[in-house]
Design a protein around this ligand. Structure first.
Ligand SMILES: NC(=O)c1ccc[n+]([C@@H]2O[C@H](COP(=O)([O-])OP(=O)(O)OC[C@H]3O[C@@H](n4cnc5c(N)ncnc54)[C@H](O)[C@@H]3O)[C@@H](O)[C@H]2O)c1
Length: 277
């Protein structure tokens, strides 16, 4: 059960890559779990887990489901750079329905945001949560919308939310960029548990990264909500291999998300300047 009430956690995006990792962890820690996705859950359901298929762009159906739950762990959505219309429905309309359901049911939201909110900062530049967003596409922009939605719903309605700016959540780092951006599976679990369990987070923003020696991302509310990462990408530094990347991807923190659909002349790159460069 959640820290705030005795209703089960509602996990959105349960059938996705990270959702499937979280299902057994949340079920065993909290005893029961309600979960949803637009596609069927592909694995056997652990004990105490119920799956209900919904499309987050259908607000009334999602609200009916949310009435049965406490904290909403919101991992559903489009996680790559795609056409605006697709991102609008899944990430912008979907997140709005999640926060509105949280308002109506008194739930907290633990929201999977992304490093692509700041993807157009150059690699190596140290950032804090105070740095302005610099999204690398409609996807990153939609997650900034979700973060701001959380702020609005707290200021106007008192809905608490914890925003996780997830880096590269992988079994292990495979390329040099990951030495800065890696989130281990163990630290993902620690991060989500902290978001669910934190007492009175208000609006909290946390970098979803492990304790990487080369991290570009600092500050935020990790310690305040009780997130203490245990893994470090540096342990894999000898085994990562540099991929072949185009010049845009290689320059920016958001990598290939920056390169997708990029139309500026490449001659601009070396003298490109931004708010914090
Ligand atoms: N995997 C990472 O390293 C990473 C990094 C940064 C952020 N994130 C964020 O974490 C979350 C989970 O990532 P993932 O890698 O598991 O992504 P994923 O694409 O594997 O899973 C997302 C799930 O959301 C579901 N979904 C999409 N549209 C929906 C809708 N309209 N209604 C209901 N469900 C819908 C999909 O069916 C899918 O199962 C995403 O929000 C993503 O943006 C992930």
């Amino acid at each position: 059960m959640t820290a705030e009430c005795d209703r089960p956690i509602l996990l959105t995006g349960a059938s996705g890559t990270l959702g499937r990792l979280l299902v057994p962890l949340l079920a065993s820690r909290y005893g029961s779990l309600l979960m949803t996705d637009i596609v069927e859950f592909p694995n056997a359901l652990p004990p105490g887990v119920e799956f209900v298929r919904t499309d987050l762009s259908d607000g009334p159906t999602f609200l009916r489901l949310a009435r049965r739950a406490g904290t909403i762990v919101h991992f559903a959505g489009i996680g790559t750079e795609q056409a605006f219309e697709a991102i609008l429905a899944a990430n912008i309309v979907g997140a709005t329905h999640v926060f509105e359901a949280a308002r109506q049911t008194g739930a907290r939201v633990v929201f999977a945001s992304t490093n692509h909110t700041i993807g157009f900062y150059p690699r190596g530049q140290a950032l804090t949560m105070a740095d302005p967003g610099r999204p690398d596409g409609f996807y990153g922009l939609s997650k900034l919308y979700g973060e701001m939605l959380g702020q609005l719903y707290f200021d106007k309605h008192g809905v608490e939310s914890v925003h996780l700016r997830i880096g590269s959540c992988l079994a292990r780092p495979t390329e040099p960029r990951h030495l800065s951006t890696w989130l281990s599976y163990g630290d993902l679990a620690r991060l989500v548990h902290a978001g669910v369990d934190a007492a009175h987070p208000g609006v909290a923003a946390v970098w979803g990264v492990s304790a990487n020696t080369r991290s570009w991302w600092h500050g935020g509310d990790a310690a305040r909500i009780g997130y203490f990462p245990a893994d470090n990408a540096e342990d894999f530094a000898d085994s990562v291999r540099a991929p072949v990347e185009d010049p845009v991807a290689a320059r920016y923190q958001g990598a290939n998300f920056c390169a997708k659909g990029y139309t500026r002349p490449l001659e601009d790159l070396p003298r490109e300047t931004g708010p914090s460069e």
